[in-house]
Design a protein around this ligand. Structure first.
Ligand SMILES: [Zn+2]
Length: 321
């Protein structure tokens, strides 16, 4: 790997903003996920003090990130002319002041998350020098280091410690509590499920799957398609996509690891959920390195992801009980 990087567990961080974040906060720890959550908690504690002095109430759930932004002196503006994002953008407006422009046409939970995400960008050292746009909403892509950390920071702002943690402790991790917490905190199903995993003391994991190709398959398909274009009129039928893991997020004590792009067999209950759109609860067996690993699990389709002919994205909780 070229340039500076930091290795934490199985993950490498090489983005210069993340390496700088770790260097600046080495007193907290070396893990940027823990650092960003800690900084978000500290920012919230400061905001509470300022709010009290100003006579503003910052109560919840649900927690309104627009109120948080105003307490922190960040202006929030509706905009239907966002240039770099369909959700929200953070701009410097001189004298160290920042403004968040957001798309009011998006669903409420998504607006909330996008605004909280932009506030999380201000946790990075030197954020004033870099203008930031949220290019996609709540994708929680661990490979996109800065955006993933801002998603974690955003989760902490609108599902704050220790209130959210106490709710999870009381209710446990399950699809039923996920739905209840998502309503209570006005947060998306996906963002809420990840936040539940970050605080759970149970041995569990969540993952999101979608019908897709592996990157190397995509490259190969593109090459084949271009070659076939040379033969005019040749009918080209692409091979079918598989249900693959987009990301996997475990608690620290979860002993199995499921890699990105891992495909799921058609006979697995997770696959059936993507086709029938009916939730599933029961045993789930996943073939990892030629070994069938057994879990107890729950799966639902992710709301708003139904694609004609390709099934839906699936959200799964796995438990080692
Ligand atoms: Zn961002």
């Amino acid at each position: 790997m070229k340039g500076k990087y930091v290795k934490v567990g199985k993950k490498y961080y090489s983005h210069k903003s993340v390496v700088r974040l770790i260097e600046c906060h080495s007193d907290i720890c070396q893990n940027p996920e823990k650092i960003i959550r800690k900084l978000a908690q500290e920012k919230l504690a400061d905001a509470k003090d300022i709010a009290e002095a100003m006579g503003i109430s910052w109560d919840g759930p649900p927690f309104n990130p627009k109120i948080l932004a105003s307490i922190l002196g960040i202006l929030c503006e509706k905009s239907d002319e966002l240039t770099h994002s369909e959700d929200a953008e953070l701009y410097p407006v001189g004298n160290g002041n920042m403004v968040i422009r957001y798309n009011p046409k998006k669903p409420k939970a998504r607006q909330n998350f996008s605004i909280a995400h932009e506030i999380a960008h201000t946790l990075f050292p030197g954020y004033q020098d870099q203008y930031k746009a949220r290019h996609w909403s709540g994708k929680f892509d661990p490979e996109n280091e800065v955006e993933f950390l801002c998603d974690l920071g955003a989760s902490e702002f609108i599902m704050p410690t220790p209130i959210f943690d106490m709710d999870v402790k009381r209710m446990g991790v399950s699809l039923k509590s996920l739905q209840e917490l998502s309503r209570r905190y006005e947060t998306s199903i996906e963002a809420t499920s990840i936040r539940m995993i970050t605080t759970s003391i149970e041995s569990c994991a969540m993952m999101v799957l979608s019908h897709s190709y592996k990157p190397e398959e995509l490259d190969k398909l593109e090459r084949e398609k271009n070659q076939l274009k040379l033969f005019n009129g040749f009918h080209w039928e692409p091979p079918s996509k598989k249900l693959r893991v987009q990301y996997f997020f475990p608690t620290e004590n979860f002993s199995a690891y499921i890699p990105k792009y891992k495909s799921i067999e058609d006979s697995c209950p997770i696959y059936k959920v993507s086709e029938t759109r009916h939730p599933y609860q029961g045993p789930i067996s996943i073939n990892i390195s030629n070994q069938h690993i057994k879990f107890y699990g729950e799966a639902i389709i992710l709301p708003g992801t139904h694609k004609r002919g390709f099934g839906s994205n699936v959200l799964v909780f796995l438990y080692q009980r």
